[in-house]
Design a protein around this ligand. Structure first.
Ligand SMILES: [Zn+2]
Length: 495
């Protein structure tokens, strides 16, 4: 029997509970067993490992409901932030840094910011795969990295099979281009994409991961505009057969909605519903351009939204209607999308951004208080990750996943005792204040540093890998994309 006692000046057991003063959480064999007065539990469990202490705040571990596990950000790889579509065209020259290194580094960044559960929306390699074995091998690299990091992972590798450069079909786009650009687009999009590779690999992965306490798998398409009807049907059928959740991007930018209006008469989400990919296990990331009818459909289907506030601001997409979603009963979680405001995966800063942005979002719906935003983080995130009832709370039976903050450091030189802990945390807390992070009763971060991974050595290895990739960049590829970009941005001309 392994016991851990996490003590706090104040402990928040759940979004729906009150802060408990001078309390400790007893975690036994990975699960929360009991909460009680800190001194009593310390006396009755003298042999338990200890975490937290006086002048500490203890909360459920944070949940990042959408991210891509890129340990070196797009900005670091040389792509400055721009509005979504122009930025996206250039992403076709974003090189792949060694996946197990970049995934591990990113997971450790999340962990040290207090995240204990995350959804990894995994990018497929740009060149495609020869078969499902090659694809599976790549996925296994990421999974090994997640295991080493020790976070709970909802692994959602996505697939796409249409509209490589514009939102139109590749052949139609190529036909609208001058000859030299058309030839290159045809060459780059000539290989047919096998959706069977994807479905076979995910089916196999779900078999391998069945019953895994740390890692689960979800199906995923990149986004509706990047998925054919055939791919939607295949994913919908696999979700029903394998009983898997579905994760996807949708309605991230205004232009995506315009494409949906032109191609599907504004019934983009209804198309998903009709093809079996919009149900109570489905999460859409972003949803900045959801209309009221879309929100009604999400509510009716009990589908979820992963809100990525900083990403939507950095890529000039706008502010998602989170208050409206919440008011209509749609589950919302919070994600970083590898685009956190300081480019540093600070999840508490992301909570703060969401809180600030919803304050200025215009609508009649009630405002979101600090606790409301924390509820999205924990309760919404847990459901999106497929771990509702298992993570997001420090109540008996839940996984022993917690973050411990240095209360004095969060307060700074002074903070009035009249300021509630919720407001204090959401207004001021960040990575620098995280002292301990616990996953399943294992203290993985102590004094703000991981105990199980040498970050300096990992950082050096990742830096070397990134430098090698940078040195091998093909300048002709970037030049081609920059010439292609204005064409992609005004195609198809109908919208
Ligand atoms: Zn994303």
């Amino acid at each position: 029997m392994e016991e851990l006692l996490i003590e706090g000046t104040a402990v928040l057991p759940a979004a729906g509970a009150e802060w408990l003063e001078s309390t400790a959480v007893l975690v036994r064999d990975g699960r929360v067993a009991e909460l009680g007065p800190a001194d009593e539990l310390a006396r009755s469990h003298p042999a338990a490992e200890r975490a937290g202490g006086p002048d500490r705040l203890v909360m459920p571990g944070l949940v990042n409901a959408h991210q891509h596990a890129e340990g070196v950000s797009t900005a670091q790889m040389g792509f400055a932030d721009e509005p979504f579509e122009p930025w996206m065209v250039l992403m076709h020259s974003l090189p792949t840094v060694e996946p197990s290194l970049t995934t591990l580094y990113k997971s450790m960044q999340m962990l040290t910011s207090g995240v204990t559960t995350h959804v990894h929306s995994h990018f497929p390699a740009k060149g495609g795969y020869e078969g499902s074995d090659a694809y599976l091998e790549e996925l296994e690299h990421s999974i090994r990295a997640h295991r080493e990091a020790g976070l709970r992972t909802a692994f959602a590798p996505y697939w796409r099979d249409r509209a490589t450069f514009s939102y139109d079909d590749d052949a139609a786009f190529a036909a609208a281009l001058p000859d030299d650009l058309a030839g290159e687009v045809r060459r780059l999009t000539s290989e047919p994409i096998s959706n069977a590779i994807y479905i076979e690999a995910i089916a196999e992965l779900s078999r391998r991961l069945a019953g895994d306490p740390l890692i689960g798998v979800q199906l995923s398409i990149a986004a509706p505009q990047w998925a054919s009807d055939e791919l939607l049907d295949a994913v919908g059928a696999a979700a029903a057969e394998l009983r898997l959740q579905i994760h996807m991007h949708a309605l991230e930018s205004r232009r995506q909605r315009e494409w949906g209006d032109a191609a599907h008469g504004g019934r983009e989400l209804h198309r998903l519903a009709e093809r079996g990919v919009l149900g109570e296990g489905t999460t859409i990331a972003h949803g900045v351009y959801l209309r009221d009818a879309d929100i009604d459909l999400l509510a009716e289907r009990r589908a979820m939204v992963a809100h990525n506030c900083s990403s939507n601001l950095r890529l000039a997409c706008g502010i998602a209607p989170v208050r409206r979603l919440v008011a209509r009963g749609v589950t919302v979680g919070l994600g970083s999308d590898d685009m956190a405001v300081d480019d540093d995966e600070d999840m508490l800063a992301e909570v703060r951004m969401a809180h600030v942005a919803q304050r200025i979002w215009e609508g009649p719906e009630p405002p979101l208080g600090a606790r409301d935003v924390l509820r999205l983080l924990w309760e919404g995130g847990a459901r999106i990750a497929g771990l509702e009832g298992a993570v997001g709370r420090l109540e008996p039976g839940y996984h022993g996943d917690a973050v411990v903050l240095d209360l004095a450091a969060v307060r700074g030189v002074f903070a009035s005792p009249r300021l509630a802990y919720d407001d204090l945390v959401v207004a001021r807390a960040g990575r620098a204040h995280v002292r301990e992070v616990v996953v399943g009763g294992r203290v993985l971060v102590r004094d703000g540093a991981p105990v199980h991974v040498d970050m300096e050595a990992l950082g050096a290895e990742l830096a070397e890998a990134a430098r090698a990739v940078e040195a091998a960049r093909d300048p002709a590829r970037q030049a081609f994309l920059e010439r292609l970009r204005p064409w992609a941005l005004r195609h198809p001309p109908a919208f």
